[in-house]
Design a protein around this ligand. Structure first.
Ligand code: GLP
Length: 255
């Protein structure tokens, strides 16, 4: 049996449909369970999802006053007000646009004096709630989730990691130069992510087609961090046509 059989795949037409579908699922959960513990991701992929949530909040006043959020990762060395920090990203794209209390939002502190104590505290926070209710993930072109690069142990917890050269290059577009891209980050570990009760992995665009093909067809291996998701019972890959373009139509629907 292919391990991939356990992952559900939602095929959407394009990026806008991916964002709408994901936002709708999140909104359903927020409305059902006011005390939702929501795991959030950064990067370009979820930007449109956050836009839909912000728009819904403006129009329908969906409230996040009792929601708690937990971000996957943060660069080491960037402050919350640095435009390239994930703190700043979350404030700009979501937190300032909804009514969530700041004290309910959690993001690792990349400026902590004692980074290992920071990681331990962050892991303990997630343990306290027995894992988040829903975790949103993107995927790196090398298969990373959070900042768990190829080779990361599946038993890993929140930790400081060194970014792979390919990840720094991929993320260079947000910075002035490659030298400005931090070399390290704090990230939830793979085991931390697997504690989530439900996971959505979002993929859009042709540049993700190769890694999505690998994720769906290859066996579980530490060389492909996202393949750890095949060990989880409730993972949905939400991918658009471009991200699934390395499959024949029938092949994809067969999973
Ligand atoms: C970063 C983040 C990941 C994200 C990935 C993909 O490295 N740490 O959490 O999933 O990039 O980003 P994008 O959505 O911009 O392709």
């Amino acid at each position: 049996m292919k391990e991939g059989i356990k992952m559900k795949i939602v095929k959407v037409k394009d990026y806008d449909e991916l964002c709408q579908w994901t936002a709708k699922q999140i909104l359903q959960k927020v409305r059902q369970d006011k005390k939702l513990h929501l795991g959030l991701a950064t990067g370009s992929t979820p930007e449109g999802v956050y836009q839909y949530l912000a728009e819904d909040h403006r129009k329908n006043k969906t409230s996040y006053r009792q929601v708690f959020t937990y971000n996957l990762d943060e660069y080491v060395g960037l402050s919350a007000d640095h435009p390239n920090s994930y703190h700043y990203y979350m404030n700009q794209h979501l937190f300032q646009k909804i009514d969530i209390p700041e004290s309910h939002t959690h993001i690792p502190n990349g400026l902590a004096k004692d980074l290992s104590a920071e990681c331990e505290q962050y892991e303990a926070l997630i343990d306290q709630i027995n894992g988040v209710d829903l975790q949103i993930l993107g995927i790196g072109t090398n298969g990373h989730i959070g900042f768990n690069e190829p080779g990361t142990l599946f038993g890993s917890h929140t930790q400081v990691v060194e970014l792979a050269p390919s990840t720094r290059k991929d993320n260079q577009r947000f910075f002035d130069s490659l030298d400005d891209v931090p070399t390290h980050a704090i990230t939830m570990g793979i085991a931390t992510i697997l504690k989530s009760k439900q996971i959505f992995l979002l993929a859009t665009g042709e540049h993700k087609a190769n890694i999505i093909k690998r994720l769906i067809t290859e066996n579980v291996s530490q060389d492909l961090p996202a393949s750890a998701l095949k060990l989880h019972r409730n993972v949905t890959i939400v991918a658009d046509h471009a991200a699934l373009s390395q499959f024949d139509k029938d092949e994809v629907f067969g999973f």
